[in-house]
Design a protein around this ligand. Structure first.
Ligand SMILES: Cc1cc2nc3c(=O)[nH]c(=O)nc-3n(C[C@H](O)[C@H](O)[C@H](O)COP(=O)(O)O)c2cc1C
Length: 239
């Protein structure tokens, strides 16, 4: 009887050990390895990154090839004349409309260091000083390779009757020879303020076409109306 009991216990023990072994059979190990490999693959950054880069590159170059158009713009948020404190600059809104209508790429001119105040009065003082000093404030990064673009829209707010000085840095640091340049402004009464003539003087070997002036408060608060004038202007230009 004791022997029989011992035998049953021994069989049970073997069976239990066997269960334990089951998880480490080669088949189970393969399955585990397979799972691990799958997990590794799913979270492996290298192939994913490669894929993403490839698809981004394709998208960008397709777009470039499709449009060959670039929109370069400068714009400020914070407190602006007539519109209070804004999250998106007036000129930025117009720039995005142009890009949407033409399929253009956008390049925002951002100061290398953000030394422009967010309050309107202080900003006008800084801008006036820059203008008096004929400053050429540095901007972040570089324009995309201009050989990909034949037509370049260039926009900014009118500052003291002129382009903001940082835009002259852009005009003078890049070669716009042979390009078609199309200026646009946002303003609160000065219109285009000679943006076209000043652009032509700064980039004498470019062809400068008819520009568009949009009231800042319309760009901010009357977007349907603004879109219509952007569309009308683009149509006149043959887009
Ligand atoms: C420093 C400064 C100077 C300005 N000078 C003029 C000007 O001479 N004529 C004008 O019509 N508006 C002027 N404005 C108003 C801006 O052109 C207008 O608010 C513009 O839409 C702002 O665009 P943004 O939001 O893209 O920066 C000036 C605004 C600032 C901040």
């Amino acid at each position: 009887m004791k022997k029989a009991l011992f035998f049953i216990l021994a069989v049970l023990l073997l069976a239990l050990t066997g269960c334990g072994n089951t998880t480490s059979t080669p088949a189970a190990q393969e399955a585990n390895t397979g799972n691990e490999t799958q997990t590794e693959k799913a979270s492996d950054p290298v192939p994913n990154t490669e894929k993403q880069e490839a698809s981004n590159t394709t998208t960008v170059s397709d777009k470039e090839n499709a449009s060959g158009i670039l929109v370069i713009f400068f714009s400020r948020t914070g407190e602006q004349y007539n519109v209070g404190v804004i999250d998106k600059g007036n000129t930025a809104i117009v720039a995005e409309m142009i890009a949407q209508e033409t399929g253009a790429e956008l390049f925002e001119v951002l100061p290398e260091e953000d030394y422009y105040p967010n309050t309107y009065n202080e900003l006008t003082d800084v801008a006036k000083k820059e203008q008096n000093e004929k400053a050429r404030p540095a901007y972040q990064g570089e324009l995309p390779d201009l050989s990909s673009y034949d037509t370049i829209f260039i926009g900014a707010p009118v500052w003291w009757g002129d382009w903001p000085m940082i835009m002259y840095t852009v005009f003078e640091n890049n070669d716009f020879s042979g390009k078609t340049l199309i200026p646009f402004s946002t303003h609160e009464g000065s219109g285009l303020s000679g943006f076209d003539k000043k652009l032509q003087s700064a980039c004498p070997d470019a062809e400068v076409l008819k520009g568009l002036a949009v009231r800042g408060q319309d760009a901010q608060n009357e977007q349907d109306k603004t879109k219509e004038s952007v569309q009308g202007w683009l149509k006149d230009l043959g887009f």
